[in-house]
Ligand binder design. Structure first.
Ligand SMILES: NC(=O)c1ccc[n+]([C@@H]2O[C@H](COP(=O)([O-])OP(=O)(O)OC[C@H]3O[C@@H](n4cnc5c(N)ncnc54)[C@H](O)[C@@H]3O)[C@@H](O)[C@H]2O)c1
Ligand SMILES: [Zn+2]
Length: 387
């Protein structure tokens, strides 16, 4: 447990019914003349974008839309968007999308300068300075990118995904409006929901865990374990969806205050080289890594049972039984949501193992947070288990 801790958060967060309407007041308060609206084609075409667009129009501000952001973009794709954005300029960025869109917008907000580009920030993230304020609206629940200081980009030449972290990328405003996730397709709701689940349990069992992160990680875990299935299965389960949106946000705060561990570390090469969606690669690794961690995380897993198990028919007595309950919940959720549980369908071959281990072991930024030391041999065994 870390004994010195701090957490830096957005200036204001608006949640609940019609919270998108707050955009109009924010723009008027800042006397914004031109807005750059970041989204992706899928969201733009789905009609979801109409709500923030109407709120911008109501403020009387000029705006233009940047929707060329691909899912899980490379740093080169982000730089292309940023160049387009820099050429037109804006005095406010509004981003409406999943983690891919939010991360691109966060990077754009610190890149209105010729001093450095995205590539330079990969090596020296400390150079980033806020240039344009941001309003972030997540449409998945989710990465928590709306609240973290992180932006993740793929680096094709390294076949890895890399996190750029700088507190200047923390949003000025966040809007959590459940209408944005109401029609999230089930496979996307499932994978992004399990990503948030991984954030919560990894941060709770991280070496960087502390009283701030524990509060948010545990509340997120309770909300996710008890709402993810109805939120994904039932299109009308608005209360469960709402709770998932709040939980993903809380799990993002837990990341900011603490840090993810070996699930995310070993997942990065799967995204970077095999282009497996972030939530899916984390879901595949989640239970195997937690089983690997169990010998040193039993107490924490048992605390999760005490807080999150509300089923009066399930009575676990010992720490061991309680820890096993948690790991079984992780397995049950991934199976129920029909997320792949192995790499079989992604074309990963046994001869790829060496490369995976080498790339995974490079993500020391997160591996050092894992309570149990992960050696190259351990990483190999974990990848072997999911081949
Ligand atoms: N910055 C952070 O703290 C952080 C944390 C975790 C992950 N990430 C990054 O976020 C990215 C993944 O983000 P994601 O999982 O949110 O997915 P995403 O943004 O890549 O979106 C996945 C797909 O879902 C579609 N989509 C999104 N919302 C929708 C909606 N409401 N209705 C219909 N379709 C919708 C998008 O159009 C896209 O095709 C990765 O690059 C990952 O590394 C960032
Ligand atoms: Zn994640």
């Amino acid at each position: 447990m870390q004994t010195v801790y701090n957490v830096k958060l957005p200036h204001a967060v608006y949640g609940g019914e019609n919270s998108i309407d707050n955009i109009t007041t924010i723009l008027k308060d800042h006397q914004v003349k031109r807005v750059a609206m970041f989204t992706d084609k899928g969201i733009h075409d789905s009609g979801l974008f109409d709500l923030p667009e109407a709120a911008v129009k109501a403020a009387g501000a000029d705006y233009y839309v940047l929707d060329e952001i691909p899912p899980e973009p490379s740093y080169i794709a982000v730089q292309n968007i940023v160049d387009h954005f820099k050429a037109i300029g804006a005095d406010m960025i509004i981003a409406c999308g999943g983690g891919s869109v939010l991360d691109a917008a966060k990077l754009a907000s610190v890149l209105v300068t010729d001093e450095y580009g995205v590539k330079e920030l990969l090596d020296e993230p400390g150079r980033a300075k806020k240039c344009v304020p941001t309003i972030l609206i997540p449409t998945t629940a989710g990465t928590g990118a709306e609240v973290t200081p992180n932006a993740i980009v793929a680096v094709p030449e390294k076949e890895l995904k890399v996190g750029i972290i700088n507190e200047n990328m923390i949003a000025n405003y966040v809007i959590l409006d459940a209408r944005m996730i109401k029609n999230l397709p089930r496979p996307i709701a499932a994978a992004t929901g399990v990503d948030a689940l991984a954030h919560a349990i990894e941060c709770y069992t991280s070496k960087k865990a502390n009283p701030f992160s524990d509060t948010f990680a545990m509340e997120a875990l309770d909300l996710i374990l008890n709402n993810i299935i109805p939120a994904c299965d039932d299109p009308e389960a608005m209360e469960a969806k709402n709770k998932m949106q709040i939980a993903a946000f809380y799990a993002g705060i837990a990341i900011t205050a603490s840090g993810t561990t070996a699930v995310h570390a070993l997942s990065y090469p799967l995204g970077g080289k095999y282009h497996i969606a972030h939530g899916v690669s984390n879901a595949i690794l989640l239970a195997p890594v937690m089983r690997f961690n169990a010998p040193v995380c039993q107490e924490r897993f048992a605390q999760a049972y005490d807080r999150c198990c509300h089923d009066t028919d399930t009575i676990c007595q010992t720490t061991n039984e309680k820890a096993e309950w948690l790991i079984e919940q992780l397995e049950r959720i991934v199976r129920h949501l029909e997320i792949p549980t192995s790499l079989k369908e992604f074309g990963v071959q046994p001869e790829d193992l060496d490369g995976l281990v080498e790339a995974g072991m490079q993500v020391q930024r997160l591996l050092v947070n894992n309570m149990r030391l992960v050696t190259a041999e351990d990483a190999r065994n974990l990848y072997l288990e999911i081949l």
